[in-house]
Design a protein around this ligand. Structure first.
Ligand SMILES: Nc1ncnc2c1ncn2[C@@H]1O[C@H](COP(=O)(O)OP(=O)(O)OP(=O)(O)O)[C@@H](O)[C@H]1O
Ligand code: NI
Length: 373
C-alpha cells in the first residue's frame, strides 16, 4: 500500500469583499499519496489556485482559510477546533507561520506558478538565484551550491548549463524559464510539488516537452505532484488521479482511466466533450454551455444545475456531497450528482428542468435569482 502524504479534509477558503463573501474553496477533500500525480481540473474561477495556495497557507487578506484540515504526513498544516467559548480557534498542533516558512515551504512542499517572471528576479542571473536558493535551504557553501545549481539546470534539460548559468531570466525562453522553476522546486528534493498551470502560457510542443520532463523526474525522484490545469489533455497525459472542481467544490474524484471511460458527473462529461480530440473535427467540439456563476452567490441545490443537461427539479433543491458512486469499493470513484443510486433522493421521479435560455447560447453570467441560503 502506498502511504498518504497529504490529506485535505473539508477545506474552506473565503474572500471577504465589499460585494460579499466569495466562497472560493467550499469544503474540498482529497488525498495525495506518495509518488502520485494528482490533477486539480476545472474552468477559470473554479477555485483551483486558491485551493493550491491554501495548502501552503499562502492566502492574504481579504482572503482567509475558514475551515477544514490540511495534514502533511503527521503534521497539521492547518486545523481548527472549537474552543471553550464555542468559537473556532487554531489547533495547538497547527504549525506556526515560522515553521511553515522554515520547514515546509520549498523544502517539503514546493509550489510552481504559471508566470515564471513572478518567481524569478529580472536583475539577477538565473544561476545566482538558483544558487542562493540552494545555499539558503540546504546549508551548502557557495561553490557547492553553484555546482548543485548547474547540475539541476542540466537535470531539467537546459542545454549548456555552465554558460546559461550566467544568463538573466529575459535571455531564456518561456519554456526554459519554466524549466528553471522546476529546477528550483526540485532543488530541495521536496516530497510534494504543487504546480499551478505552469505550462498554460506555453505552446503545445514546449508544453509536451515539459510534461515529459516532469514525468521523467517524477519517476526518478518519486516526488508527488498536485497539477493544476483547466486542460483535460494535460490530465490525461500526466495524472494518476483527478479531482474535478466546479464553483469551489470537488464534483468528481477518480483515477484518470475511470474519469475518462466511466465518467460519473455531467460537468466532467461537459469538460471532456469540450476538449479537442484527434478523432474529431473542430465543428464537432461542444463548448460547455453558459458560464460558471459567481462564487459569491452560487446557485441553490447542485451548483451545476443551471448548466446541466441532466438537471431535474430535485437538482435545484438538494445540494449533493461528493460520495462514492462506484460499486468497486470505498474511495475509488466519487461524484456529487444525485442521478446516481448512492443518493436515493428521487431523481428518477423528478421532472427535467428547462435550462434557462440566458444560461445557454448567449453566455451571460447567471446569478441565481433566489436569495442565498
Ligand atoms: N484576492 C481575491 N479577492 C477576491 N476574490 C478572489 C481573490 N482571489 C480569488 N478570488 C476568487 O476566488 C474564486 C476562485 O479563484 P481561483 O483563482 O482559485 O480560480 P482558478 O480555478 O484558479 O481559475 P483560473 O483557471 O482562472 O486560474 C474566483 O471566484 C475568484 O474571483
Ligand atoms: Ni488559477
Amino acid at each position: 500500500m502506498t502511504d498518504t502524504l497529504l490529506h485535505i479534509d473539508d477545506l474552506k477558503t473565503q474572500f471577504f469583499t465589499e460585494e460579499g463573501v466569495v466562497r472560493a474553496v467550499d469544503g474540498i477533500s482529497f488525498d495525495v499519496k506518495e509518488g502520485e500525480i494528482v490533477g486539480l481540473v476545472g474552468e477559470s474561477g473554479a477555485g483551483k489556485s486558491v485551493a493550491a495556495q491554501s495548502i501552503l497557507r499562502l492566502i492574504d487578506p481579504p482572503g482567509e482559510i475558514v475551515g477544514g484540515e490540511v495534514r502533511f504526513r503527521d503534521e497539521v498544516l492547518f486545523g481548527l477546533e472549537e474552543g471553550p467559548d464555542g468559537e473556532l480557534r487554531q489547533r495547538d498542533e497547527m504549525l506556526s507561520n515560522d515553521e511553515m516558512r522554515r520547514r515546509i515551504r520549498g523544502r517539503e512542499i514546493a509550489i510552481i506558478f504559471q508566470d515564471p517572471m513572478e518567481s524569478l528576479n529580472p536583475v539577477f542571473t538565473v544561476g545566482d538565484q538558483l544558487r542562493e536558493f540552494i545555499k539558503l535551504n540546504r546549508g551548502l557553501s557557495k561553490s557547492e551550491a553553484k555546482e548543485e545549481a548547474i547540475d539541476m539546470l542540466r537535470e531539467v534539460g537546459i542545454p549548456e548549463p555552465v554558460e546559461r548559468y550566467d544568463n538573466y531570466p529575459h535571455q531564456f525562453s518561456g519554456g526554459m524559464r519554466q524549466r528553471v522553476l522546476i529546477a528550483m522546486a526540485l532543488a530541495c528534493e521536496p516530497s510534494l510539488i504543487i504546480a499551478d498551470e505552469p505550462t498554460t502560457a506555453l505552446d503545445v510542443t514546449v508544453e509536451g516537452q515539459i510534461l515529459s520532463l516532469v514525468d521523467e523526474l517524477q519517476d526518478k525522484y518519486d516526488t508527488s505532484f498536485i497539477w493544476v490545469t483547466h486542460d483535460m489533455g494535460v490530465v490525461a497525459e500526466l495524472c494518476d488521479r483527478v479531482n474535478v472542481m466546479y464553483l469551489g467544490e470537488i464534483v468528481e474524484q477518480a483515477t484518470v482511466d475511470d474519469l475518462f471511460y466511466d465518467t460519473k458527473h455531467p460537468y466532467t462529461e461537459a469538460l471532456l466533450d469540450s476538449m479537442p480530440r484527434p478523432d474529431q473535427t473542430v465543428e464537432e467540439l461542444n463548448p460547455i454551455r453558459g458560464v460558471m456563476p459567481e462564487a459569491i452567490d452560487p446557485p441553490r441545490g447542485c451548483r451545476f444545475h443551471t448548466r446541466c443537461p441532466d438537471a431535474r427539479e430535485i437538482c435545484t433543491e438538494v445540494h449533493p456531497d461528493c460520495r462514492e458512486v462506484s460499486d468497486q469499493g470505498e474511495n475509488t470513484h466519487k461524484a456529487a450528482c444525485v442521478k446516481h443510486d448512492a443518493f436515493d433522493v428521487g431523481y428518477e421521479f423528478s421532472d427535467p428542468i428547462e435550462i434557462r435560455a440566458e444560461t445557454g447560447i448567449t453566455g451571460d453570467v447567471v446569478t441565481d435569482p433566489q436569495e442565498g441560503d
